[in-house]
Ligand binder design. Structure first.
Ligand code: ADP
Length: 586
């Protein structure tokens, strides 16, 4: 029956195209608005598809739980679907699961016409933005993550013209995927809560966390400017922050600010707004491929590709590399650290392929700390993504146990220490345990509702009324787990964790329901990269600066040493992004 309808419609559409109005009336049968559902990265995507004159005329997303920012993929695909009158448009890179779920939803809606989507007659092609073959600005910034956008805004504030190149269709990089937390000693919440902190304490924590492999001069700059960077984000970029902090592993005091809704979207969207206000363009889908030098070796521009077209970007003053790390480049990972092989998943954006490091190395930049690759200890065992529900650990309200029901590491230890400990447990996974009061107090099931529901649906998280039920779900030794919890509650009562010396206030576990979440480590941050000085100038293998070339953010090495502490990256990209913007625009 469906085939027959399709045949009639094809016939009708074909006739409609040659202008037979009476036949077109038959085609009107397709017209209307149809609802469809698909499954995206974080749950259902529901759309209303409107067909008018037999063409896709409107697609409205009525429900979605996709990562903010990456959900822009649905707008891009909507435009493409309308432009081509086809559902089979390309996925948006960097948002593969969202793209697949959206396409599924539109297909599902179209099925309700009773026809097959092959009856849609393709009309025209996608109109891509037109580009010149050459552009000139004072400053060219490569990579529109947090560091790049910060650098471009600062350059513009310094009176320079700037253009930002971004290879992905959506800006944000790893910054967008992060929780956006920012370590700032002396911040407004610490003042309110009378938490004593200082730049020196932060400086010492960063060095200790990086096993003193860091460059102390760069760490000094980061520590001394972190608060000013946070204030700049709050007061000038208009970022909103939650009214509480998090206690990240390896920090000696609670100092990590949390953006509203605890995701990097707040930073990326507000930086984008500021760039728009300042008329600084982001050239998306534009991949930088080669740095251009003049006869004296000064970097004066970059070659890039856009939709197969080669474009030259000339820089009057400087080029800033902010292309992020190389966590998504398996070959590069293994080249520098053979343990970081295909068995380890990654939390990173697909754009984190180390392009800037490779381009800089080609013109003689010094690379440092390349072997130091950080895994985040508690990621999704299926996709490798960061699990925000797991932030209950940083609230100090959960413990990590193994299959045998025992704790095996201090839960607020450094990421590398916890990751290593997890890898040594049965199955290479950990089980995070917490109770109902921790769930309610942290509010994480609400803030990250879509992730919470997805974890439950995929059996990666269990909520159970009794300890027995929760342990049974993951076949954890219940007798040992009970002993572990009793011991922990005793430590909380005594105010001291005798086994692992867990820092912060210990809160005992109480009544159910109880929660257990399985997770494992995944590549999260590459500490190594190009060597810079305190002005964010790139240093060559001859220890001289490479004129005209600046770098900031995850692309740089030597700031975090062997191991980056949680929430130090956002401080780093802000502090050095601002410095790079200032230096390059001089
Ligand atoms: P950081 O935290 O240092 O700002 P991010 O990962 O947030 O790093 O951002 C880096 C950005 O650089 C990403 O959006 C990524 O897609 C972009 N990028 C990477 N390589 C290139 C390239 N060759 N050309 C243009 N943009 C790039």
């Amino acid at each position: 029956m469906k085939k027959i309808i399709s045949f009639i419609l094809v016939l009708a559409l074909a006739m409609g195209m040659v202008g037979c109005s009476r036949e077109t009336n038959k085609v009107v049968k397709l017209d209307g608005t149809y609802e469809g559902t698909g499954v995206g990265k974080s749950g259902n995507i529901v759309v209303d598809l409107t067909i008018a004159d037999n063409k896709i005329s409107k697609i409205e997303v009525k429900e979605n739980h996709e990562t903010e920012g990456l959900s822009d993929a649905m707008n891009i695909m909507t435009n493409d679907m309308i432009a081509t009158n086809s559902i089979d448009v390309d996925s948006v890179s960097g948002a593969t699961l969202t793209s697949a779920g959206f396409r599924m939803a539109v297909k599902n809606a179209f099925e309700k016409t009773g026809a097959d989507d092959s009856v849609l007659v393709s009309t025209g092609s996608i109109e891509r933005e037109k580009r010149e073959s050459e552009y000139t600005a004072d400053v060219i910034v490569i990579g529109a993550g947090g560091a790049g956008m910060t650098a471009a805004i600062t350059a513009a504030d310094n009176g320079a013209s700037a253009i930002v190149l971004e290879k992905m269709p959506i800006q944000g990089g790893n910054t967008l995927l992060s929780g956006g937390e920012y370590a700032a000693p002396g911040n407004w919440i610490q003042v309110e809560e009378k938490i004593e902190d200082s730049n020196d304490k932060f400086y010492a924590d960063i060095l200790k966390g990086g096993d003193n492999e860091n460059d102390p001069a760069l760490v000094r700059v980061l520590a001394d400017n972190a608060l000013a960077g946070a204030t700049w984000l709050k007061d000038y970029i208009n970022m909103e922050f939650e009214d509480h902090q998090l206690f990240f592993g390896g920090h000696s005091v609670e100092r990590s600010l949390v953006p509203i809704n605890a995701t990097g979207y707040e930073m990326v969207s507000k930086l984008t707004q500021k760039l728009n206000e300042k008329n600084v363009p982001i050239h998306k889908n534009t991949t930088a491929i080669e740095l251009i030098q003049d006869e004296n070796g000064k970097v004066v521009g970059v070659k890039a590709t856009y939709e197969g077209q080669e474009i030259t970007y000339k820089a009057n003053k400087g080029v800033i590399l902010t292309t992020g790390g190389f966590g998504s480049n398996l070959d590069m990972r293994v080249k520098y650290n053979k343990d970081m092989n295909e068995k380890i998943l990654s939390t990173n954006s697909v754009g984190s392929t180390g392009d800037g490091i490779t381009m800089a190395e080609k013109i003689g930049a010094q690379l440092v700390d390349m072997e130091y690759i950080q895994t985040y200890p508690t990621c999704d065992t299926q996709s490798g993504t960061l699990l925000y529900v797991g932030d209950v650990r940083m609230e100090g309200r959960s413990i990590l146990v193994n299959k045998e029901g025992r704790r095996f590491v201090e839960e607020l230890e450094r990421r590398d220490v916890i990751s290593k400990a997890v890898t040594n447990q049965t199955g290479g996974v950990s089980y995070m345990f917490w109770d109902e009061s921790a769930m309610v107090d942290s509010g994480l099931a609400i803030t990250h509702e879509a992730e919470y529901n997805s974890l439950i649906a995929r059996k990666q998280l269990v909520k159970a009324d009794t300890l027995e039920e929760a342990a049974k779900f993951f076949e954890i030794d219940i007798t040992e787990l009970k002993k572990t919890i009793d011991k922990y509650n005793q430590y909380a009562k005594d105010g001291k964790d005798l086994e692992f010396n867990k820092r912060g206030e210990l809160v005992p576990f109480g009544e159910g329901p109880y929660y257990i979440m399985v997770s494992k480590p995944a590549v999260h941050h590459t500490m190594g990269g190009v060597k810079i000085n305190t002005n964010a100038q790139v240093i060559g293998t001859n220890n001289e600066i490479i004129k005209g070339l600046f770098a900031a953010g995850e692309i740089t090495g030597d700031i975090h040493g062997t191991n980056r502490l949680g929430s130090d990256a956002i401080a780093d990209i802000t502090v050095f992004g601002r410095i790079a913007g200032q230096s390059a625009s001089k």
